[in-house]
Design a protein around this ligand. Structure first.
Ligand SMILES: *[C@@H]1O[C@H](CO)[C@@H](O)[C@H](O)[C@H]1NC(C)=O
Ligand SMILES: *[C@@H]1O[C@H](CO)[C@@H](O)[C@H](O)[C@H]1NC(C)=O
Length: 359
């Protein structure tokens, strides 16, 4: 009843399911030369240990706007991960994705502040250092690219909505028109070398990376999608030809090209700037779509990427059974390592190549 009443009110206010808790600002989180602000969302029930998602806003955006305008906090209530929403110091609200400092490991810029937040969360919130992720929209997507390049040691995966390759905005100004209009063309080797220059000498694993782009984007032209493919296939040493490319995935008109387990490129036909965030799909890519808080009974689980959320009046789930995944849980798909059977009376049904669900 309470959930129902709450969601009705919040749905009316935001047009989406909203988180139960509030954002909290944290100061003195470590090295922060440019004055980035840190806001954290910690759900009441945490997974043990909790993963961390860094969720980054678009130009003119704020931490608060990205908190209330996306589903990551709402889904944190269900899955028990922590979300940090950094807030850019630039008066225009864009991230610094162009300075040499921000592009380089531990050299300064906005990226260092975000790295400090990750380190702070690992030390102070018990965050699982092997499950730290970054996502963002537009300028936040560009910063996701920057973090993948400059801090490969801190992140295990990224998902960028309508961004540009790592290093594409490099130069004296906050805005780089040549890159934005898709006229900055490099070879795969050159793009890959740029990434490798972000953390010279680094030989460890690199975060797997998913990026989304609309074919009708006239802010950051879709050529950036193809340059991104060159860059990250080079970084992972895989072919630029997709291994698979599934159409109408996860939405009609979208195609999901996979270049092996580490690179996934989703092109949204006819979609402009920006591609709307697909939070459940992102959690699936991060490998935490089936996560539950550490103790107590399993809460209602996630909505699959390709279906509509159940309405608040029909969220009463049947009691969990002792064997198999629960109603709505993921039960299969490429890269899935969790349970593949469903608790009675549900059966595991294929939604798409990446997502099967107990229905
Ligand atoms: C940053 O500047 C140094 C020194 O000029 C250069 O060697 C390095 O490649 C630059 N890094 C990036 C990511 O462009
Ligand atoms: C995947 O297939 C779609 C539909 O044919 C096509 O438009 C898109 O360019 C393909 N993606 C890649 C990365 O080749």
């Amino acid at each position: 009843m309470l959930f129902q009443a709450l969601s009705t009110v919040l749905l009316a206010a935001t047009g989406a399911f909203a988180a139960q808790g509030q954002l909290q600002q944290v100061t003195n989180f470590g090295s922060n030369p440019t004055g980035v602000e840190m806001f954290v969302y910690k759900p009441a029930k945490l997974a043990s240990p909790p993963p961390l998602i860094i969720a980054m806003h678009y130009c003119t955006g704020t931490a608060q706007a990205y908190f209330s305008g996306t589903q990551y906090a709402n889904l944190a209530d269900t899955h028990g991960y922590i979300v940090i929403y950094p807030d850019a110091p630039d008066p225009g609200g864009c991230w610094d994705v162009h300075t040499n400092a921000t592009l380089t490991h531990n050299a300064g810029g906005d990226s260092l502040a975000i790295a400090s937040m990750v380190r702070y969360a690992i030390q102070n919130y018990g965050v699982d250092a092997t499950r730290v992720f970054a996502t963002g929209t537009s300028s936040g997507a560009m910063m996701t690219n920057v973090l993948m390049g400059a801090y490969p040691d801190l992140f295990q995966a990224g998902s960028a909505f309508s961004g540009v390759p790592y290093g594409c905005f490099e130069g004296p100004d906050m805005w780089n028109s040549q890159c934005a209009t898709g006229e900055l063309i490099k070879t795969p080797q050159q793009w890959g070398d740029l990434v490798r220059s972000g953390y010279p000498g680094y030989t460890g694993a690199r975060p797997k990376f998913q990026f989304w782009h609309g074919t009708a984007d006239t802010t950051l032209y879709p050529q950036n999608f193809w340059e991104d493919i060159k860059q990250w296939t080079n970084v992972f040493g895989v072919s630029q030809t997709p291994v698979t490319n599934t159409t109408n995935d996860p939405l009609p008109g979208y195609s999901r090209a996979s270049f092996g387990p580490n690179v996934q490129a989703i092109l949204a036909q006819g979609v402009g700037h920006t591609v709307p965030e697909q939070a459940n799909d992102v959690l699936n890519w991060f490998g935490i779509a089936n996560l539950t808080p550490g103790s107590g009974p399993a809460p209602p689980t996630s909505v699959p990427p390709s279906s509509v959320p159940p309405s608040s009046s029909s969220t009463v789930a049947p009691p969990p059974s002792s064997t198999g995944a629960a109603h709505w849980d993921q039960c299969g798909g490429i890269g899935w390592t969790g349970a593949t059977t469903c608790a009675s009376p549900f059966t595991c049904q294929v939604i798409n190549a990446y997502y099967s669900q107990c229905l």
